[in-house]
Ligand binder design. Structure first.
Ligand code: ARG
Length: 480
């Protein structure tokens, strides 16, 4: 709950205890009056950065422990700070903590509450620290945690896809290029293509995580500090690999958020492609798959309808995620070092993008788990549109030793012949085929079925059921 009330009914100009704002402001010393109402409204971030409370408390605990170890504060002060912060964490957890807009952000809200609880010692916590390195640390910790969460979800979806790929290793479906029937492929192979994409997404997130994992704490406002702090100790306490090396860069860098959003954007793009395929596959003219009741909706007017809303929204949410990336890139563009309040605009897009990708990954996992392949329909469509023409051409090359270009031409003539007779290649009679190429034998019909077509695609990475079964097993093992 965030308090925006004030005495005289003015928005947030006083705090919950109705004392003038000035006494609450951490920087109030040189100010005569409090901020204008709109100043507070534009300046405050507590409505969204309250989300960082765990990270803020963890950062403060590490900082206080280090200050005590270095003899900068007393062990007694540190103990009071530790217990005070633990109590505040319990309050927030229990929902009894009072967040106040007049206290601007999560850092000040917690520090003021700590002062209320433990007095003097709390006022020593901010030694050798600034909100600039504090927020950079909190946000890195939050993003690191979010990366771990998204990675778990991506791995979950990869596993679901691999399981369905095992099941459909030999299920034949039409493969498309230009969204025109091209060659038969296996459904399992198609699903594993998304496993590859998601694996790259996971790789990008892991790369970003490794680069992110340096601790800005102790960079203070921008220049470092004159106190004998131990930044390696705080970095280690917070699970960072090392402290950041340049205090100016530390407080002004948001690359970690941008890299995260870039990786999420690419992942969202992948999910949008899959979503669109699902939408096409389950559309009435295709009917390659059926989605479950759990992941579709009905129409309020057309009783027969089953709409793929989850897929549509998973596709559409890509807009938010790209928007978050472009938004933050724009905030950072042309920003002089070091910290500027512009950077407070970094959080909401990241929070929103994480919520969106998380929903999309969960919905996608459910859709994939539940979707039913219409095998007969898949096979029928896989064989339509002369999809085994390449197999025919390959036979001419292999058996008659024709150069591929000539085989391509001859096959084209055979396709034209079949088109004229309104039949499929496999339905042509041998003598008709021989009128175009006399050396063709009945043996050619063996390669014209969709099953034979996919079974022959055994080249590394090809669509043959034997390949798909093997590759799905490799994925399942690595994801176990
Ligand atoms: N709420 C601020 C942010 O998110 C914290 C840092 C404030 N620093 C400052 N110098 N005013 O960026």
């Amino acid at each position: 709950m965030i308090d925006r009330r004030g005495s005289k009914g003015r928005l947030g100009l006083t705090d919950k205890d109705n004392s003038p704002v000035k006494t609450q402001l951490q920087w109030g010393g040189r100010f005569g009056t409090g901020p204008a109402e709109v100043m507070q409204a534009i300046n405050a971030s507590i409505s969204f950065d309250a989300k960082l409370w765990r990270q803020d408390i963890a950062g403060s605990q590490a900082h206080a422990a280090m200050l005590a170890k270095q003899g900068i504060i007393t062990p007694a002060d540190q103990a009071a700070i530790r217990e005070g912060l633990e109590a505040i964490a319990a309050e927030i957890e229990a929902g009894t903590f009072h967040f106040s807009e007049s206290l601007e952000d999560i850092h000040t809200n917690i520090e003021v509450r700590l002062t209320e609880r433990i007095g003097e010692a709390a006022r020593r916590l901010h030694t050798a620290r600034s909100r600039n390195d504090q927020v950079a640390t909190d946000f890195r910790l939050w993003v690191r945690n979010a990366i771990d969460g998204v990675l778990v979800q991506i791995h979950g979806l990869m596993k679901t896809l691999s399981e369905r790929a095992v099941e459909h290793a030999a299920t034949v479906m039409p493969g498309f290029t230009h969204l025109q029937t091209a060659q038969p492929v296996t459904f399992g192979h198609h699903l594993l293509a998304y496993v590859e994409m998601l694996a790259r997404d996971a790789g990008r997130l892991k790369d970003a995580r490794a680069r992110l994992n340096e601790c800005p704490l102790g960079s203070a406002a921008l220049a470092g500090t004159s106190f004998p702090i131990d930044r390696f100790a705080t970095a280690e306490a917070l699970g960072f690999a090392r402290p950041t090396a340049n205090s100016l860069d530390s407080v002004s860098d948001r690359d970690f958020a941008l890299e995260f959003l870039s990786a999420l954007s690419i992942c969202a793009m992948h999910l949008s492609r899959f979503s669109e395929e699902i939408i096409i596959w389950c559309s009435s003219p295709y009917k390659l798959i059926e989605l479950s009741d759990a992941f579709t909706t009905g129409s309020s007017i057309m009783p027969q309808k089953r709409n793929p809303d989850a897929a549509e929204l998973a596709k559409a949410k890509t807009g938010r995620i790209f928007g978050a990336l472009i938004g933050l890139l724009t905030v950072m563009k042309g920003l002089p070092m070091a910290y500027a309040k512009d950077m407070q605009e970094d959080k909401e897009p990241v929070f929103d993008a994480v919520a969106a990708i998380s929903l999309c990954l969960t919905a996608m996992d459910g859709m994939v788990r539940d979707m039913k392949a219409n095998k007969d329909r898949m096979e029928a469509l896989a064989g339509s549109g002369f999809s085994t023409a390449t197999d025919l051409a390959d036979w001419l090359v292999r058996v008659l030793k024709m150069p591929f270009r000539d085989a391509h031409h001859t096959t084209g003539q055979l396709v034209r012949l079949a088109e004229g007779k309104n039949c499929d290649l496999s339905e042509l009679i041998l003598s008709d085929m021989q009128s175009i190429e006399p050396r063709i034998t009945a043996e050619i019909f063996e390669v014209l079925t969709v099953q034979a077509s996919v079974a022959s695609r055994t080249s590394y990475g090809g669509t043959a059921p034997i390949n798909v079964a093997k590759q799905a097993a490799v994925w399942l093992e690595s994801l176990a």
